[in-house]
Design a protein around this ligand. Structure first.
Ligand code: AKB
Length: 314
């Protein structure tokens, strides 16, 4: 079957790399990227439309114009920025999702990808090897919006038969497009600054372990989940993905193996520390392994090497 894909919020950290992968898989003419911001770069044949996911009428026009068979909804406000603008974060993250779900029901668009996050867990969730099902009491507005979104996508699947698929992304580490407004962003900034200045001041304390993942694994996971037979998917909220867990001290150590003069220091009192402290240190992803055969490729050593090599050549 010919697929036509619309990516909403395509110019952010994940969207810009997912768009490339989807264009390679389905052909440029079948992948339409949209965002409120213009793309960083456009190649011949790329199709881009300016769109705000809060503008439901415009979304409807786009969906009628392109007749997508799949939608990827990536527009969202992340955890740290969300704490500065809680009501804006709630509005964008919830109403953006509801607009897409309602239009999908109205126009008969069946297949949707919507990302959730490790932010759905909270202070009373188990911190180590956090299971798929456990106490979930997120205390950031971002986490609250993602957990509410998970309930909504499961509801729309059960009630309207929408084939919505989702991953609880850990922090994503990439070199092409910088992340914006997340708590895990330090693990990307550190590479840019290690190469530019030879030092980095982490806004998280040295022993704060968080789950992370290299972009190539995150993109591959997303496409593998979207390709999996629907009958294999036992989870219709969002799948845990473990990635790799490390602390600022451990990533600094790894960078020093390649850049021996790199210096790391730690700032105190950053508000992102409280968010990080409420999240899991490591995640259990046995359902993803069992249901769609998920396997991680990049460990901390691999991603450190990839990040430094790619940024040096950028
Ligand atoms: C953030 O830090 O807010 C995001 C996330 C883990 O969802 N990277």
């Amino acid at each position: 079957m010919k697929e036509t894909i619309i990516i909403l919020g395509a110019n952010g950290q994940i969207g810009s790399e997912l768009a490339l992968a989807l264009r390679n898989k389905f052909g440029k003419q079948n992948v339409i990227t949209t965002d409120i911001r213009p793309p960083h770069e456009m190649e011949d044949g790329d199709i881009f439309e300016t769109a705000n996911v809060l503008d439901k009428n415009l979304l409807k026009e786009l969906f009628i114009k392109y007749k997508p068979t799949q939608i990827y909804l990536l527009a969202a406000m992340l955890s740290a920025t969300g704490e500065q603008y809680p009501m804006k974060a709630w509005d964008l993250n919830m109403n953006g999702l509801l607009n897409v779900l309602d239009l999908a029901v109205e126009l008969g668009i069946k297949k949707i990808f919507w990302p959730s996050s490790i932010a759905v867990f909270g202070p009373n969730s188990p911190k180590v090897d956090t299971p798929q099902y456990c106490v979930m009491d997120p205390n950031s507005i971002y986490g609250i919006s993602k957990l509410s979104g998970e309930r909504l996508v499961e509801y729309y699947h059960a009630k309207y038969g929408l084939d919505i698929r989702s991953i609880r992304y850990p922090g994503i580490i990439s070199w092409k497009t910088a992340p914006g407004g997340g708590t895990t962003d330090y693990a990307v900034h550190i590479f840019f600054e290690a190469l530019a200045k030879g030092k980095y001041e982490s806004f998280l304390s040295e022993n704060t372990a968080l789950p992370m993942m290299y972009m190539d694994d995150a993109v591959r996971a997303t496409i593998e989940l979207m390709d999996a037979p629907a009958e294999n998917l036992s989870i219709r909220s969002s799948y845990n993905l473990a990635g790799i867990s490390f602390t600022p001290a451990q990533i600094a150590q790894e960078i020093k193996k390649i850049l021996p003069n790199f210096e790391m220091s730690y700032a105190e009192g950053d508000p992102r520390q409280a968010i990080a402290d409420s999240w899991p240190k490591s995640i259990n992803d046995e359902y993803a392994q069992k249901d769609w055969n998920w396997k991680l490729e990049y460990n901390l050593e691999d991603l450190t090497r990839e990040m430094i090599e790619n940024l040096k050549n950028k």
